[in-house]
Design a protein around this ligand. Structure first.
Ligand SMILES: *Cc1c(COP(=O)(O)O)cnc(C)c1O
Length: 390
């Protein structure tokens, strides 16, 4: 018997299907990495954010196992009750050290961190300025905060400037928070950080910078684009995830001790949620060590070599990060490209609305330090064939 709920939902799923927007999960029988096993087939994967291959790095895996043996499988309670294990504090000190800030705070995911942080900082009398392409977690958190939202054109400081002038003229505006990414998750391009910092200082606004796709990869200590641009000290709220280049799981905020003290009292996703599992904290702590080591530098160099190789072999593609978008436009075209590549043993996801705008579908190639030159050559050949006019 079909319940009325299921009947309703089936109808909605059919609408998605017809528009080429239905999403599915494919169970994977291997760890993430260069080569994965899906439905008994070996595939070369270009879909992972494990940019440095740290999710399977022996020392990182061992640190996760050791943390589980030392501290158990779960943390037992919220950080404010019984769950604030020494391991979480050790990780937070390492994060603050890495980013060069006074303190850090970890959450169970980047998504949870955004939902905790933004509403803890601004509310109804305040204004949030979002780059049009920021990640869904920052959009959702901004909406939850109750602050007035203004969206500036992607990477356009002039547009942001005019919105900041409007906000400062508006009677009653109290605080202004600017939220952007340093490297954008679906386009792989970089924010004009120097210009953004100049503007936020000129207008007395605060900057929250999401380094999800830059942390681990850019700067001398690989702490992100703000370090690479020399503006780390001008960013009030450094934000990111432990689940991408760091190969573990969790979200973090780095900033002043006062910021962290405030969040401990006001970030609801921290207060009302069980602390992250010990294994994730242990893995992230070790991953931070690897990232800052010579081995981390070498992994980054390999990654940039693979990226240059792909760009050189594929006319028309560009990127300044590990993410290489292959524009398709039409949702069904992107999906059929992805299926074609899959048939050749290459896993490259099609990214569609609502992750990107309607008719802005694309393949999103995610490169890692684990890819071999031959993987890049195979992918380039296949992509050039798909994209060439018949
Ligand atoms: C993945 C991602 C997040 C969320 O991090 P999780 O730890 O996966 O929840 C936030 N911002 C950006 C830009 C991301 O790509």
């Amino acid at each position: 018997m079909t319940s009325s709920l299921d009947a309703d939902l089936l109808q909605r799923l059919e609408v998605l299907e017809a528009a080429g927007l239905r999403r599915v999960r494919r169970p994977m029988d291997s760890p993430t990495g260069r080569e994965v096993v899906v439905a008994g087939r070996r595939l070369i994967q270009f879909a992972s954010n494990d940019y440095l291959g740290l999710a399977t790095h022996p020392a990182v895996v061992e640190a996760a196992a050791q943390a589980a043996r030392d501290f158990g499988a779960g943390s037992g309670a919220s950080r404010l009750l019984g769950g604030s294990l020494r391991l979480h504090h050790v990780l937070e000190e390492a994060l603050a050290d890495w980013k060069g800030t006074g303190a850090a705070l970890t959450f169970s995911s980047g998504y949870a961190a955004a939902l905790g942080v933004i509403p803890a900082l601004v509310s109804a009398q305040d204004v949030i300025m979002l780059d049009r392409r920021v990640h869904a977690c920052c959009v959702d958190a901004a909406r939850m905060s109750g602050a007035a939202l203004r969206v500036f054109r992607h990477n356009d400081p002039d547009h942001l400037d005019s919105l900041l002038r409007w906000a400062r003229r508006r009677p009653g505006t109290h605080r202004i928070l600017i939220v952007t990414e340093s490297v954008f998750s679906m386009d792989g391009d970089r924010a004009p950080l120097e210009a953004l910092v100049r503007l936020k200082e000129q207008h007395g606004a605060w900057l929250m910078l999401d380094e999800a796709h830059a942390a681990g990869l850019l700067g001398d200590r690989r702490s992100g684009l703000s370090e690479a641009c020399g503006v780390s000290g001008n960013v009030e709220i450094h934000f990111g995830t432990l689940g991408k280049a760091l190969g573990a799981a969790g979200g973090y905020v780095c900033g002043s001790r006062t910021l962290v003290d405030h969040l401990v009292n006001r970030a609801r996703s921290l207060i009302f949620s069980t602390a992250p599992v010990p294994a994730a904290a242990g893995a992230a702590r070790e991953a931070l060590r690897v990232v800052q080591s010579t081995g981390g530098r070498e992994r980054c160099e390999t990654l940039w070599n693979r990226q240059r190789d792909l760009i050189e072999r594929c006319p028309g593609l560009s990127s300044s990060s590990a993410i290489v978008p292959v524009p398709a436009g039409d949702e069904r075209l992107a999906t059929s490209w992805s299926e074609n590549l899959l048939a050749e043993g290459l896993a490259v996801p099609a990214i569609r609305y609502p992750t990107v705008g309607r008719r802005q579908a694309r393949l999103r190639v995610s490169l890692t330090a684990s890819h071999q030159p031959s993987d890049i050559h195979r992918l380039a050949t296949a992509l050039n064939l798909l994209r060439s006019p018949v």
